[in-house]
Design a protein around this ligand. Structure first.
Ligand code: PMP
Length: 402
């Protein structure tokens, strides 16, 4: 008998499948195989120089101690200003919490609110961490399938049909990882109309990709469309994707006072404040204007258009051109039932993905990981020549199928 008992809350969850796929791709790489890794979920750009310099300056000024648990007043004020400037939402800096990445804001919100068996509505395809975070916090993830025909978006009908008296939260991630789907003002209005009928349901919006959007319509938040939902909505955001700052680990959230206070209590007894130096960097990021955002968006757009066209030209594959984020969610249903050169019949997206890795040397993540098959997610956060090479390898592999 071992002295170390691993708790149920851990054994019922699994490590992130995108890291698992990445690990496998890296292992093959180390073994000397050429791999085009299209798994990555982070910008391939460096953090902009003004942000890096602000961090260095903070170190030199001695900003290397604990900060207020919920974040420095300067950063919380800048976040409140950001909500007004970019989202037309009035937020008090006291109702903002700065967290160790958006991930810890989401986790702490669930940990602060879920009792055993409480349900969380998660539209699929979903970011892989949502269901496991709910499970780790003793909740029950309830998956609501959003079909490709519906643009991978929740419809008012499917939302209404999924709500029960045990539902605590609805998660909305727009633009979405992995589908890139982004809700329009009219779609948010229709969802808000349903939500108004169910006052017991809280809403969590994960807006981490809000600036990576390709359509020209202005960014719109659920609370701008329906301010009456404000007393039960938690907004989660962060600097990771917008400013190429994944390693700095700064996220933030705002919402009802009691919830922000509870999240703060949990944070104070677990991680404490997010890194002081990273907070100084995030402050500079939020005050850095729009140049980096515009430039990186144009690069993503070029890749999206180029690679989506290449993939759509491959018989058996198709992908919707996403409105946002930096992923393509590729339908591989047309490959199922085909036989590989080695004589294997492909029956699931998991098998397609393993076959692509082994035979084409291209690493992507199976749709099964995101709760909607048969698809795979391909990240475009890699330079265009590598992406084009990856698309060519995929085309050649698919052409070899019988
Ligand atoms: N939400 C979504 C939808 C994401 O894709 C990610 C990053 N993969 C996060 C949240 C977490 O971001 P952070 O780096 O701020 O923890």
């Amino acid at each position: 008998m071992s002295a170390i008992h691993i708790a149920n809350r851990v054994t019922r969850i699994k490590p992130s499948p995108s890291s698992t796929a990445s690990d496998r791709a890296n292992a093959l790489k180390r073994a000397g195989k050429a791999i085009v890794n299209l798994v990555v979920g982070e910008p391939d750009f460096d953090t902009p120089a003004v942000i890096r310099q602000a961090a260095s300056a903070a170190i030199e000024r001695g900003e290397t101690r604990y900060t207020q648990n919920n974040g420095t007043p300067a950063l919380r004020t800048a976040i409140a200003e950001k909500f007004l400037r970019e989202n037309r939402l009035t937020v008090n800096a006291d109702d903002v919490i700065v967290t160790n990445g958006a991930k810890s804001a989401i986790f702490n919100a669930f940990a602060a609110t879920l009792e055993t068996g409480d349900e969380v509505l998660i539209p699929a395809p979903y970011w892989v961490s949502y269901p496991d975070m709910v499970l780790a916090c003793d909740g029950r993830p309830v998956i609501v399938t959003c079909s490709e025909q519906d643009g991978f978006k929740l419809t008012p009908e499917s939302l209404r049909a999924a709500i029960t008296s045990r539902c605590r939260w609805l998660l909305i991630n727009s633009p979405s990882n992995p589908s890139g789907a982004s809700y329009t003002r009219a779609e948010l209005r229709a969802l808000a109309d349903v939500l108004l009928d169910y006052p017991h349901l809280a809403i969590m919006t994960d807006d981490i990709y809000e600036h990576i959007r390709y359509d020209d319509a202005p960014n719109v938040h659920l609370l701008e469309v329906e301010p009456r939902l404000a007393d039960r909505t938690l907004i989660v955001n962060g600097v990771s994707k917008t400013y190429a700052m994944t390693g700095w680990r700064i996220g933030y959230a705002t919402g009802p006072k009691t919830l922000i206070a509870a999240m703060g209590t949990l944070q104070s007894q677990s991680t404490s404040n997010a890194s002081s130096v990273s907070q100084a960097a995030a402050l500079a990021a939020l005050n850095s204007g729009t140049e980096f955002i515009t430039t990186s968006l144009e690069i993503y757009r070029q890749r999206r258009d180029d690679i989506a066209a290449r993939l759509n030209a491959i018989p058996g594959l198709s992908c919707r051109v996403p409105e946002g984020a930096f992923y393509l969610y590729v339908n591989c249903g047309g490959l199922l039932g085909k036989t590989t050169a080695a004589g294997q019949r492909l029956t699931t997206d998991n098998e397609v993905v393993l076959w692509l890795l082994d035979s084409a040397g291209v690493a992507v993540v199976a749709g099964a990981a995101y709760g909607l098959s048969p698809y795979f997610r391909l990240s475009i956060a890699t330079d265009l020549p590598a992406l084009q090479h990856g698309a060519e390898l995929i085309a050649a592999a698919v052409a070899s199928l019988k």
